[in-house]
Design a protein around this ligand. Sequence first.
Ligand code: ASP
Ligand code: CP
Length: 330
Amino acid sequence: MATFSPPIRQMNPYLPFGDHRSGPFYGRDILSVGQFSRQDLDYIFGVAHEMREMVERVGTFDLLKGKILANLFYEPSTRTSSSFTSAMERLGGSVIPINEVRYSSVSKGESLPDTVRTLECYVDVIVLRHPEVGASAMAARYARKPIINAGDGVGEHPTQALLDLFTILAELRQVDGLTVTMLGDLKYGRTVHSLARLLSLYQVRLNYVSPDLLRMPREIIDELGQKSVAQAEFTSLDEALPESDVLYVTRVQKERFEDEALYESVKGAFVITPETLTKAKDEMIVMHPLPRVGEISLEVDDDPRAAYFRQMEYGLYVRMALLALVLGKA
Ligand code: ASP
Ligand code: CP
């Protein structure tokens, strides 16, 4: 489990004398959703909302002019890496992309602590995706600059959960009172691990629908149970769908399986089609962190309830907000 850095790096050697930067997130790592309170979320989403307005009005502006971000990705990514790049560039900053560590000194055997201690000589914030649970927390112990967890193996994907929650708020206007149904690979899917934990700050009902092999990890169910979150597990969508306000679909995480035959046995377990949605509420939204590999048929894209493309766009505003906040400019 991730451990957290102090709220503000009191002894930050990079902070020039007399600098006025402040704020609750200045200099902080973003490692796990466990670090956020509801008040924090209101604050972040308020800034994200302003970012959206600014992007719509002027596109790009100079809030982070002169700041540099390192995108350090040990696993593939389209959305997270490119939305962080876009976020930084829309704020006037720049990016060092290390999207294929094969071509960096990692391939010569450099350790993660050494790589982050190298990058922080050149940048102001490091976005890290890594296949091992806890890698971001480990990197944060070595780095003096903020580390943002962009996915640590099957652990967490906190910035995704923030954008997921922002999406729910933007689309449905509230979170309290909603029933959220998570579908697919709940065992290996880090996005649902983070989202379920984040939703536990609200009065929600969570349904977990998965093949038996891919159930939500027991420790997460127990953790949320201790917070009195209403949770139910299903192996079929039939019962859970009609009451759902959000259907959060996930991909079976092929890369986490050691046994390919086992993956083949579960990969097509659920496919959402227009026919599926005839049994859902008219105002329900369908979300997916993406990429999809067959869990939602292409015909669903034309249904106004399909929110997954809008969800990606909201991610830009949330990541702009996070960068501005950790760099003390919001
Ligand atoms: N893109 C998300 C992640 O990196 C979901 C997925 O890959 O299925 O966790
Ligand atoms: N949702 C998400 O993390 O997408 P990528 O894996 O493409 O970054």
